[in-house]
Design a protein around this ligand. Sequence first.
Ligand code: AMP
Length: 542
Amino acid sequence: MATPLLGQMMAAPLLISSLLTHAARHHGDTEIVSRRVEGDIHRYTWRDAEQRARQLAQALRRLGVSDGERVGTLAWNGYRHLELYYAVSGMGSVVHTVNPRLFPEQIAYIVNHAEDRFVAFDINFLPLVETIAPQCPGVQGWIAMTDRAHLPASDLPLLCYEDLIAAEDGDFAWPSMDENAASGLCYTSGTTGNPKGVLYSHRSTVLHAFGASLPDAMCMSARDAVLPVVPMFHVNAWGLPYSSALTGAKLVFPGKDLDGKSLYELFEAEGVTFSAGVPTVWLGLLTYVKSIGGRFSTLERTVIGGSACPPAMLQSFEKDYGVRVIHAWGMSEMSPLGTLCHLRKHHRDLPEAEQQHILEKQGTAIYGVDLKIVGPDGEALPWDGKAFGDLYARGPWVLDRYFRADASPLVDGWFPTGDVATIDPEGYVQITDRSKDVIKSGGEWISSIDVENVAMAHPEIHEAACIAIRHPKWEERPLLVVVRKPGSTLTREDVLAFYQGRVVKWWIPDDVVFVDEIPHTATGKMLKLKLREKFRDFEVST
Ligand code: AMP
């Protein structure tokens, strides 16, 4: 091996505690505002957050939490959850954010698999905690994230979060450690099989926060007031608690109320400039704002990802409200950011419709993520915007192996994302499907996302899912499952007519069914598996 001349710069490890100490020292007066489950609004600063995180780290040490041990959370977005993020990782342990929307059996499985020593929870999750506690014998204590006055009665011997903090003086120095030490754990909410754990490191988290903040990523700065709608239990709220500290942005936490009205009030009251969330949440917000004839007075931009952003939603944000949408793609296994969509300089000369078409894609890779698409035989496919292939990724914040798994899922050093995509000559990725959702009609692939996007542009359609149904001749054909907007009398024929001229003929669904509701996963994705089961024996009407 070559013996290079080593650089002579400090070998400062990239540690999560450094994000918090930076924010406290250089943006100490910047606010963190939270709507609490107790019902009121709490506000303090990055300086206060760092002080309390040190006290919390002392308390957890006193409870016996040691290096590398896991502390679980069952909590909404709020300042105490933020303190847990920083205290647990900062002291050298691992913060394990558990998704409270999963089934109790799944939650118990995850807590046991992760071997959580303590679990901190928002008090409205007490019934859930009481249900799973008997199945989680390894948990030594359940910490209620509240003060003594709000501590709920329970047969469980609860620890009181504020008492733990109050007992400490904050005289605690964040330890130095290997930047590759584990810092956070998040389980994927897979629709099949047991959830799998993704174990982030200090290094991967800090590098991801750097990448996420860049102008052609989330474009974050100390002038931003950031409201993460995406939960802190879903891939670390897409890293926003970290990138906000890195840039010194104000944070606004919505707590448990994610309905349009509650969110809108917080956006306006706190001068929110930037937000991020999945399309279903924005559906609720836009419907509410429209119903009251409201405007966004400070919101400049929002990242939409987790599922494909329907073009109609993108247009409504931009045209009706002057809010820029940044369409993004990623996954738990990628910390999560992979691609984000922005126009390049020369795109500004294109006609508006063409610009729009680019913005509907999931965007280009940020530095730190490398991508490729491959065909059925593993051969790399061209970046021509036409060839569909399995999307692979690699980079310093991409998973190497799942927590406590023996084998690595990597193929030649690349992570198979399970998504199918095209990549155009400029590197813009368009996700056409999850590989299991793609519709194979007569040997050709139909993108269910494209078919859904057309439906979502219809003014009387609230939500639409496109799934494959069996066909004697073509093998599979698309069926469109539609939730109408309230009061709509839209018919099957109306919907099919709407497709004329909007997609190639053979992509037009064979049939349309109307339902009251489309099932969603715990992270807001349409549960197509359930729909496919429901319509397994569906016969096309003639
Ligand atoms: P999760 O690990 O829960 O964040 O889910 C990741 C998966 O969500 C990806 O593998 C995609 O299938 C899907 N996804 C995320 N963002 C998008 C997007 N912008 N468009 C389409 N699918 C997306």
